[in-house]
Design a protein around this ligand. Structure first.
Ligand code: S3P
Length: 166
C-alpha cells in the first residue's frame, strides 16, 4: 500500500499538509476530524481531565484508519511511540513523517487546543519536551518545519512519497 502518516505536535502543519495532498488528488484522512465526527464532544474530554477516555476513542479511530485505504493520514498530536495505538501502527508497517518544529515556532497555533487550555503554557511546553523523543522514535522520516513555508514542506513530503512509491 502506498500510504504515509504525518505526526508531530499541534500546529506543526499535519492537517494543512493533508489538505494540500488532497488538493493534489491524493486520498487523505485526518484522525481529529474522524474523532469529531464520531463524537462531537470528544475534545471536551481533554479539557475535563478525561484524557484516557479521549485516547481510547482515538485508538479506535487510528485502528480503523490503519485498516482503510488512503495515501496520506494526518494523526493527532498525541500519536507517537508511547500512544496506546503504537503497537498496531508499528505492526501495520505504516511509514511516518515527523513534522519537527520548535516550541517557539508553534506558538500562536496551539493556544486554542484543549490540552493547552488545561495544562497552561508551561505545562504544555513540558508536554512538548517530553514528546519530542517519542515522535523521533516513531518516525521513519523527519521533516523540519521551522522557517519554512507550507509549500516547501509539502515538496519535501512529496519527495519522500515519490522515493517510496514511484
Ligand atoms: C492532541 C492534539 C490534537 C488533538 C487533541 C489531542 C494532543 O491534534 O488530537 O486535541 O494530544 O496533542 P492536533 O495535533 O491536530 O492539534
Amino acid at each position: 500500500m502506498r500510504r504515509l502518516g504525518l505526526i508531530g505536535f499541534s500546529g506543526s502543519g499535519k492537517s494543512s499538509l493533508a489538505a494540500i495532498a488532497s488538493k493534489n488528488g491524493f486520498k487523505t484522512v485526518d484522525t481529529d476530524s474522524l474523532i469529531e465526527k464520531q463524537n462531537p464532544e470528544a475534545f471536551e474530554l481533554l479539557e475535563n481531565g478525561r484524557e484516557d477516555d479521549f485516547r481510547t476513542l482515538e485508538t479506535s479511530v487510528v485502528s480503523d484508519v490503519l485498516k482503510s485505504d488512503f495515501d496520506f493520514a494526518a494523526f493527532g498530536g498525541g500519536v507517537h511511540f508511547a500512544h496506546p495505538a503504537w503497537k498496531e501502527i508499528y505492526e501495520s508497517s505504516l511509514k511516518l513523517v515527523y513534522l519537527r518544529s520548535s516550541f517557539e515556532n508553534l506558538a500562536g497555533r496551539f493556544e486554542v487546543r484543549p490540552l493547552c487550555r488545561r495544562l497552561g503554557l508551561e505545562g504544555y511546553e513540558r508536554l512538548f519536551k517530553s514528546r519530542v523523543p517519542l515522535y523521533e522514535k516513531a518516525a521513519t522520516f523527519v521533516v523540519d518545519t521551522d522557517g519554512r513555508g507550507l509549500g516547501e514542506i509539502w515538496s519535501e513530503v512529496f519527495e519522500i512519497w515519490n522515493s517510496l512509491f514511484r
